[in-house]
Design a protein around this ligand. Structure first.
Ligand SMILES: [Zn+2]
Length: 153
């Protein structure tokens, strides 16, 4: 997933510096796509250009928490920009995280102008804090739960 974030940054930079055509013209043979079924910069570019959020449909079902079990039908999986897929997927998920995320999104949508802008900047801050928190949790997981045994001489 870090690789996707890296390619995503590449796309955003390319869009802001006006070099996105270079990516669009490149032949795609990315390991990210071919080996991991994750969207590479060539497929992230559209979202970066339009400013839309990344549709869930860009990610292979195996990467989604609580995703559908991997069956034979997914061998023909292709990433796409189907917006309806995203909504269908979200409504199928019953996890608290998803519903609370959706609620937050809907609450924000109901706001207007300045209030909405404030809400969105808070949303970004909150999301960043969550990413940091996830990083901390990952670190904690790596710590040994007990000291190693003393080596006997
Ligand atoms: Zn590619």
């Amino acid at each position: 997933m870090e690789k996707v974030a890296k390619d995503w940054e590449t796309c955003k930079q390319a869009v802001s510096s006006g070099t996105s055509e270079d990516i669009a013209n490149e032949q795609c043979s990315c390991e990210l796509l071919l080996r991991f079924s994750l969207p590479c910069k060539h497929h992230l570019l559209q979202a970066a250009q339009t400013g839309q959020s990344l549709p869930v449909s860009l990610f292979h079902p195996r990467w989604r928490p609580n995703g559908p079990p991997i069956t034979k039908s997914f061998t023909t999986w292709k990433l796409s920009y189907g917006i309806s897929t995203e909504i269908a997927y979200d409504s199928r998920r019953a996890s608290d995280i998803t519903s609370s995320t959706l609620q937050a999104r809907l609450a924000g949508d109901a706001l207007t102008a300045l209030a909405k802008a404030r809400f969105e900047s808070q949303l970004i801050k909150t999301n960043r804090a969550l990413v940091d928190y996830a990083g901390q949790l990952a670190q904690d997981d790596l710590l040994p739960t007990r000291l190693p045994e003393k080596i006997q001489k």
